[in-house]
Ligand binder design. Structure first.
Ligand code: DQA
Length: 148
């Protein structure tokens, strides 16, 4: 199918270690597997899915700024930056794109500091607690929003 929409998928710090990182919390699916699943779903529905992971706040912000030029939506798991980054929030707002926030774990059932997110109130929606399935559900939400 020809791709008529674009979605930037962003993964924040430490998510490159999925599969080995605290599997009891984050599951055993690797980031490559998640990205592969999202790209395959994109292909099925005519959506160009570009995935990017970084441990660096500025690198993620650069991608958010670039997304404005080609993407129709952003799916982001900001990792630890969820709870700390005003700069990432500012970039997401400035992108003017619909944003879906994703977490593998249920951040509300963990330490208190994880309950605050700098992204949630500017996101279209938040999906958390379903492991790798959280990403699939986020993709589904974006697809429906785009009418793809
Ligand atoms: C996370 C939750 C964050 O609190 C944590 O810092 C992460 C992963 C998740 O996907 O569950 O790195 O975003």
């Amino acid at each position: 199918m020809a791709e008529s929409f674009g979605v930037q998928v962003l993964h924040g710090p430490n998510l490159n270690t999925l599969g080995v990182r605290e599997p009891e919390i984050y599951g055993t699916t690797t980031l490559d597997e998640i990205d592969g699943m999202l790209r395959a779903l994109g292909k099925e529905h005519g959506i160009d899915v570009q995935c990017f992971q970084s441990n660096h706040e500025g690198a993620l912000i650069d991608r958010v700024q670039e997304a404005r030029t080609w993407a129709d939506a952003i799916v982001i798991n900001p990792g630890g930056f969820t709870h700390t980054s005003v700069a990432l929030r500012d970039a997401l707002i400035a992108s003017d794109l619909p944003v879906v926030e994703v977490h593998l774990s249920n951040v509300h059932a963990r330490e208190a500091f994880r309950r605050h997110s700098y992204v949630s109130d500017i996101a279209l929606g938040v999906i958390c607690g379903f492991g790798a399935t959280s990403y699939r559900l986020a993709f589904e939400a974006v697809r429906e929003r785009l009418g793809a």
